[in-house]
Design a protein around this ligand. Structure first.
Ligand code: SAM
Length: 293
């Protein structure tokens, strides 16, 4: 096979869908896989990973109902560690929100909310569409004084953004140990102290109530957790969900409504989607119930 001097790396967080995704990738003949404890990677030559292959891969995931966020990076053969670091450049997420790694200075505009995020091995660099969608919807629904829960905090990027948008406090929770460490480091980089707590484990560790919940995990994890998330949310509290494809939006909205959460707004980028919603007050639920009878 002709090879170029550059490669594509796909990185997936560990999940119960690993075998299924790896089977799909095998059919595209990757150069290899790298297995680590908390994530795994597949490597392709850039000549192999063209738009056709990428499209077929996304279609195969959709057919199998896999909606696991993953990172794609291109890197050069020579010196690729340095290349990788340099490839983490600032990302303009919205008119106000900008993400930059600590080693990359930027000229800030007066209105900029700059999030200093060093990614390490955690998800949440701003290079994935779901992170950007979450940030854009968070910017629209966040209120000064919010008490925020960030489920699957990764680098901590969403909770840090919410605090910079005026939240009073935030709890970030993640099952990964290095995400907890990385989120704590990123808090320090952003001058955030006691107002943010980072927990390692599941949402069972969390005590509410919250006024804003952010959750960028998978479609199935979001749907499974919705009853618990709805309980942790105050009446009139807001929620932002992502980590699923646009084609899965109807299922997620149905699950939201089942749990007393009214969808407010959708956002889409590439094949990904985020939805914001609001907790319906109990009295409104009762009123709606009466009108139905
Ligand atoms: N919040 C970041 C963002 O929006 O970019 C990172 C999101 S990343 C797609 C999902 C994160 O959720 C990963 O860091 C993963 O370790 C974590 N995670 C997966 N399942 C989880 C669960 N059941 N409870 C808590 N965290 C979970």
């Amino acid at each position: 096979m002709t090879t170029s001097q550059s490669y594509i790396r796909l990185r997936f967080p560990r999940s119960e869908q690993d075998n299924l995704i790896q089977d799909i990738l095998h059919s595209f003949e990757p150069l290899g896989f790298l297995d680590e404890e908390d994530y795994w990677e597949a490597y392709f030559d850039t000549l192999q990973w063209d738009d056709g292959v990428r499209g077929s891969f996304v279609e195969a995931l959709r057919r199998e109902d896999v909606s696991l966020p993953y990172d794609i990076e291109r890197f050069e053969k020579e010196n690729w560690n340095k290349e990788w670091e340099e490839s983490i450049t600032p990302v303009r997420v919205s008119e106000r929100i900008l993400i930059r790694p600590s080693w990359h200075k930027v000229e800030e505009q007066e209105q900029d909310i700059v999030l200093v995020i060093d990614p390490k091995m955690s998800f949440g660099t701003g290079f994935h569409a779901t992170t950007r969608l979450m940030l854009r919807l968070t910017e629209r629904v966040a209120a000064v004084g919010d008490r925020v829960l960030d489920v699957g905090t990764g680098t901590g990027v969403l909770a840090i953004a919410a605090l910079k948008l005026g939240a009073a406090s935030a709890v970030g929770v993640d099952i990964d140990e290095w995400s907890r460490e990385n989120a704590e480091e990123n808090c320090l980089r952003n001058g955030i102290g006691e107002e943010m707590t980072v927990l390692q484990g599941s949402i069972d560790l969390v005590e509410g109530p919250f006024t804003l919940i952010l959750s960028n995990i998978t479609k199935l994890d979001n749907i499974d957790m919705l009853p618990q998330l709805a309980d942790l949310l105050e009446a009139d509290g807001r929620i932002v969900l992502s980590g699923f494809y646009s084609g899965d939006g109807a299922d997620v909205k149905e699950a939201m409504r089942r749990n007393g959460l009214e969808p407010l707004e959708d956002m889409h980028e590439d094949e990904w989607m985020a939805i914001s919603g609001e907790k319906v007050r109990r009295s409104e639920e009762r009123r709606v119930g009466k009108e139905c009878r």
